[in-house]
Design a protein around this ligand. Structure first.
Ligand code: UN1
Length: 492
């Protein structure tokens, strides 16, 4: 059995928290590891801090060299990484390859950013004064990631962070340690070659290791992806020390299909939103809000497509949907379906079953539930391909329903009416709002993140880089005469 070290750089820890990672595909053991203890986390953070002092002095355009060599080495290791993601997370090949592409895309973006990290100039009310903003790195950025995008979401954070002159300590999910370790080896090797060996570090382990990272006094920022409960805990711990946070927590994403929508387009897009990554993206569709005139037609088409979904070992090229990540996830799916069937005014239109004939019980059917009377559980995200379906008449009611959950990550509408589309864009309270495309599958070019319980963070494109830097407001008096603002004429 492969044993993964507790940290990179490697330090000896107390062998207290033991983890065995098994594949969601067949339960085979992938690797084992011990969680990094407080002492190890603090030594790793110190090493990252020392490297930050070196790296932050490298002019941003010169950082391109390292980013380019990392880009090339990821490209060379693509097959190895795809293999890890498939075995460890259960993604089909197409999606695992897409995840590596997402990492490469953000590096491309960062390479451009190295020459465009800009500050603004503002007019001063004082004569011969020059006012501008500049941005400085923060220090060590702690990055906590979930199992579902073990490479891409870390990449959004880590590459922006180093582009901005920071160093990084990663606490990957205990459900995807081997992918993280394989990725780290590539990064470490490239960083070492350029003389910045501890620029990107890692600590392996579960929630306890995550807490040590959050509470370590060397981390200046924590970017965390995962559950609302975890995010709330991270936010409270960071608030105590005024540490910066970027949170990307639960989604409860809805798609509205209006009566004038191109239904084939809507069905095709929603199909991926439901089935893709076995419903385990934070952007996956959790709710379908369908106009009453198209409800039946949409459902007929969707159910026909769902009947054709080949579920199984994601390494088989015919398979379209792999397993859920764990037995616990399958159990949760089963409990929710049981509750829906027995305790709610709703009906299962499709699916609802765990599949037999596999070595583990992680394989579930994509499931559509028609909700007649809403119930509390709809407010919680079941991280599985389970979708609550609603009917509406008035577009304003549909938007109200979109906004009625505590989370606010992604939203979408299908319509051919400009008026309806812009009414929706103005009305959705989510961080992401799409017209005629689904809630999942965002490009890296825009800022990614959501509101309310999703945590308010923004990662990836646009000006998200500002979250990894501190702003400095600068005034230079170049005239040789002291002048006060607000017209104050102070007696001297
Ligand atoms: C996530 O699930 O945490 O928009 C990220 C998407 C992907 C990223 C998902 N590009 O579906």
């Amino acid at each position: 059995m492969q044993t993964i070290p507790e940290s990179i750089p490697q330090f000896e820890s107390e062998k207290k928290y033991h983890y065995i990672k098994t594949s969601p595909i067949d339960g085979e053991v992938v690797c084992e590891f011990y969680g990094a203890d407080e002492n190890t986390v603090s030594r790793v953070c110190e090493a990252a801090y020392q490297e930050f002092l070196n790296w932050s002095k490298v002019p941003p355009p010169k950082r391109i060299d390292l980013l380019t060599s990392i880009y090339n080495s990821i490209l060379n290791a693509k097959e190895e990484l795809v293999d890890c993601i498939q075995t460890e997370v259960g993604k089909i090949r197409e999606e695992a390859v897409g995840e590596i592409q997402e990492a490469l895309d953000i590096i491309n973006f960062c390479i451009g950013l190295c020459r465009t990290l800009e500050g603004r100039i503002f007019p001063s009310e004082r004569i011969n004064h020059f006012m501008f903003e500049q941005w400085h790195p923060l220090g060590v950025c702690g990055v906590i990631t979930a199992f579902n995008f073990p490479v891409a979401v870390f990449s959004w954070n880590a590459f922006l962070a180093i582009t901005c002159g920071n160093s990084v300590v990663w606490k990957p999910s205990e459900l995807a340690p081997k992918t993280a370790y394989t990725f780290m080896k590539i990064l470490k090797n490239e960083c070492e070659k350029q003389g910045f060996g501890n620029l990107i570090c890692a600590v392996f382990g579960g929630p306890e290791t995550g807490s040590f990272l959050v509470e370590n006094n060397r981390t200046a920022l924590i970017s965390a992806t995962g559950s609302v409960r975890m995010g709330s805990d991270v936010a409270q711990k960071c608030a105590k020390n005024f540490k910066k946070v970027i949170l990307e927590l639960g989604g409860n994403n809805a798609v509205i299909v209006h009566k004038d929508a191109n239904l084939d387009l809507a069905v095709n897009a929603c199909f991926f939103g439901i089935v893709g990554t076995s419903g385990q993206r934070c952007t996956s569709i959790r709710r379908l809000i369908l106009h009453k005139d198209v409800f039946e037609q949409f459902m007929d088409k969707m159910i026909r497509k769902l009947e054709g979904v080949v579920i199984g070992d994601p390494r088989d090229p015919k398979v379209m949907m792999g397993p859920l990540i764990s037995d616990a996830a399958a159990l949760r799916f089963e409990e929710v379906v049981h509750f829906i069937k027995n305790c709610t005014d709703s009906e299962i239109l499709y699916g609802g079953k765990l599949l037999d004939g596999f070595p583990v019980r992680n394989y579930v059917q994509p499931t559509l539930v028609k909700v007649n009377t809403p119930f509390d559980l709809i407010n919680n995200e079941t991280f599985a391909p389970l979708v609550y379906c609603f009917e509406y008449e008035d577009i304003n009611d549909a938007i109200t329903l979109n906004n009625s959950v505590p989370q606010g990550l992604s939203s979408a509408i299908f319509t051919d009416s400009l008026q309806v589309a812009f009414t929706f864009l103005g009305g959705s309270d989510c961080g992401l709002a799409n017209v005629n495309t689904s809630t999942s599958g965002a490009e890296i070019g825009l800022a990614f993140g959501g509101e309310k319980q999703t945590g308010g963070g923004r990662e990836a494109g646009s000006d998200s880089w500002k979250n990894y830097m501190r702003r400095q407001s600068c005034v230079v008096n170049w005239g040789g005469i002291f002048t006060l603002s607000q017209n104050i004429n102070f007696p001297s």
